[in-house]
Design a binder for this molecule. Structure first.
Ligand SMILES: Cc1cc2nc3c(=O)[nH]c(=O)nc-3n(C[C@H](O)[C@H](O)[C@H](O)COP(=O)(O)O)c2cc1C
Length: 199
């Protein structure tokens, strides 16, 4: 499939058939997610990959009992990582380790530090979440490109997810992406007209 076909054919699956996606395909998808673009390359995401049925069953009630949660092969919980300073430090170390001279990155790092300090905690979470949705886009189209299905899901309780998955303070579940083989049929696409969208 070329990219246009992938975008046109991908759909939000409402139920999966429970079959497992081969691990090497899952790994390929995780690489597509990892290579997503992000503001300042800060990669403010962490993705919890859940395969075991027991955990998926525990999360069902916190996901409005949507069947994708328990029928998927793997459930990806996209979390916004609000510890932005830690990521700035990681990028700084990567540049250092890559042999970039300090003069080549110090200004960039200082700019990021200034930007980070200008935000309050709520803004940090919001900023991190914006980046997560770029990675989600890659996950959705990436799944279709690899021959399986997915569903972006905002219908869940992030507070409950955080509790059940025992996530650290800095991680905020932002959106879910169950992946698997769809047991449903895609519905005809309903999209606003070009005139409605572009001006
Ligand atoms: C952020 C976001 C949250 C969504 N939440 C849900 C959800 O909780 N449950 C669900 O079945 N679909 C959910 N969807 C899927 C949309 O309903 C779906 O993408 C839209 O109707 C267009 O259909 P298509 O993706 O099949 O083309 C969500 C989509 C997005 C982007």
């Amino acid at each position: 499939m070329d990219f246009k076909e992938i975008v046109m054919k991908r759909y939000a699956s409402k139920e999966f058939d429970g079959k497992k996606i081969p691990q090497e395909k899952v790994d390929e998808l995780l690489e597509l997610i990892r290579y997503s673009a992000s503001s300042f390359n800060l990669q403010t995401w962490k993705v919890k990959v859940i395969e075991d049925q027991e955990t998926k069953d525990k999360l069902l009630a916190a996901s409005m009992n949507q069947p994708q949660i328990t029928t998927c092969s793997h459930l990806l919980v996209f979390c916004a990582d609000a510890n932005i300073m830690s990521n700035i430090k990681k990028i700084e170390k990567m540049m250092k380790d890559a042999g970039v001279p300090e003069a080549g990155y110090k200004g960039y790092i200082d700019m990021m530090i200034g930007f980070e300090s200008s935000m309050n905690d709520a803004k940090r979470v919001e900023y991190a979440k914006e980046q997560v949705f770029i990675a989600l886009g890659n996950a959705l189209n990436g799944a279709a490109s690899l021959g399986f299905d997915s569903c972006p899901m905002g219908g869940f309780n992030p507070v409950e997810f955080k509790k059940i998955l025992e996530l650290p303070e800095n991680l905020h579940p932002a959106v879910l992406c169950p992946i698997g083989y769809g047991a449903d049929e895609p519905k005809p696409k309903m999209r606003f007209s070009k005139e409605d969208v572009f001006f």
